[in-house]
Design a protein around this ligand. Structure first.
Ligand code: S3P
Length: 455
């Protein structure tokens, strides 16, 4: 099948991007290694472009979102060399981008790239156009253009969406920014703008992943974070020289989550996943699944460049409990809710998830589509704009045909549906196989390595 696909692609013939699954996965006992974390890979590349000298990364995620980051930086005049094994970025210091006339930067599917990159562009002396694919072009960009305008930069949006034109300012001024959504992308965009701005930028941010702060601290830059119960106060002084950063990027917990859930919902299976980033601002999936009765053990815990990492050990779960999910865990599990919904589908009772409107603002409206997938599986849900109740069925066994259209080619919708097919049975037709290139190109290869039969 793979050879046939390669031949079709070679001769530019249409490839069928629908995955067909009609067999549940057999018990497995394996060890897996996962590629580098996507958030860290993009942040490393953007920061390395502002450093003075050569930075090198290994275990960088070579997915489309990261490759688009590299392409955008190259268009901005940054020298980058990369192979399958490593990537070298030759930074020329703060504000060293070359802003050619009529520059168009394509961020593909990546909200993280689009929003963080805009923070670095507040100095541009020529107009730059930021574009993206169909899914990214449906997403809100005012959430970053509004705070970035306060630095003095100018933005023209298409009714708040892409394409966005950026025209920078010669003299950005530091700002105070109140981040209320729990969005790490907004917080990080402002921090990257502050990097190039004289004076103190202050942010009051609802809790969200803190990789940018961790990296800035590791680079010895003047960042101060005061942690309160529900929010952080971040103070950052800009215009300091950045030293190069050599980084072996820890593996991605969001990609691991597909295998955590696959193992816990499969029969008589065990899995070890090595070297995973378990930054507490990302471990909502572990906390929530443990509350539902999933067995996850952590071992070999250590710190690497400020990030916490560990090996994870997961076993099949016998009985799953429903959850009334505390909203304070939402942002630390935001990319994993589709998978958590699958666990709730098999729990013994009704689970409820609240304050999740952000989930509908991702690559596709995931709260809505997550509910739709569960309904197709025969699971009852009660859905609102920001909440879902899931009526679990511990005896769930699907026998019918299920078709997942996934028009916006959302990678997480595709991968979650694949996991559902492998654990609950039924005859699934899932679109679009190519979507995995966004965040987890080796996903299907890894699924096959556990013994799954895929078309
Ligand atoms: C990300 C932050 C999250 C997450 C996204 C990656 C990041 O988005 O959903 O996949 O790397 O900062 P928000 O910050 O918009 O919630």
């Amino acid at each position: 099948m793979l050879i046939l696909e390669s031949l079709l692609k070679l001769f530019n013939l249409p490839v069928n991007n629908t995955l067909k699954i009609s067999d549940q996965i057999n018990p497995f006992n394996k060890v897996l290694r996962i590629e580098g974390d996507k958030s860290l890979s993009i942040r490393w590349a953007l920061l390395a472009s502002q450093a003075q000298g050569k930075s090198k990364a290994s275990n960088l995620l070579m997915s489309e979102d990261v490759l688009n980051t590299i392409k955008c930086l190259k268009k901005l005049g940054v020298k980058i060399r990369y192979s399958k094994k490593s990537c070298e970025i030759y930074g020329k210091g703060l504000n060293s981008f070359k802003y050619k006339k009529n520059l168009i930067l394509d961020c593909g599917n990546s909200g993280t790239l689009g929003r963080l990159l805009m923070g670095l562009l507040i100095h541009s002396n020529n107009k730059i156009k930021i574009v993206g694919d169909k899914s990214l072009s449906k997403r809100d960009f005012t959430r970053v253009t509004v705070p970035l305008s306060k630095f003095g930069a100018n933005f023209k949006t298409n009714s708040g969406k892409l394409p966005v034109d950026v025209l920078g300012t010669k003299k950005p001024a530091p700002i105070f920014y109140h981040e209320k959504r729990g969005s790490a992308q907004c917080k990080s965009s402002v921090l990257l703008a502050a990097l190039n701005t004289n004076g103190e930028t202050k942010i009051r941010a609802k809790k969200s992943r803190n990789h940018t702060e961790v990296l800035l601290k590791y680079l010895n830059l003047p960042i101060n974070v005061k942690q309160n119960k529900n929010y952080d106060i971040i103070k950052f002084f800009g215009k300091r020289k950045i030293k190069p950063l050599n980084y072996n990027i820890p593996s991605d917990i969001s990609s691991s989550a597909f295998f955590i859930v696959l193992t816990s919902l499969s029969k008589k299976s065990k899995l070890k996943i090595k070297n995973i980033n378990i930054n507490p601002s990302r471990t909502g999936i572990i906390k929530i699944l443990r509350m539902m009765g999933v067995k996850i053990k952590l071992s070999n815990i250590k710190f690497h460049k400020g990030e916490k990492i560990a090996d994870l050990f997961i076993e099949s779960s016998k009985e799953l409990k429903p959850i009334n999910c505390p909203p304070k865990l939402n942002s630390s599990a935001i990319d994993e809710f589709l998978l958590i919904f699958l666990v709730a589908a098999k729990a013994n009772g009704v689970s409820s998830f609240r304050d999740l409107s952000e989930l509908n603002k991702k690559e596709s409206p995931r709260l809505k589509l997550g509910s739709m997938i569960l309904n197709k599986m025969g699971i009852k849900t009660i859905l609102t704009n920001n909440s879902i109740k899931i009526f679990g069925n511990p005896d769930l066994k699907i026998r019918k045909k299920i078709k997942i259209n996934n028009f916006l080619k959302d990678h997480r919708i595709f991968m979650t549906s694949t996991i559902a097919a492998l654990v609950f049975g039924g005859r699934w037709h899932i679109y679009d196989k190519d979507s995995i290139k966004t965040s987890f190109p080796s996903f299907l290869k890894k699924i096959r390595s556990l013994g799954a039969k895929l078309s």
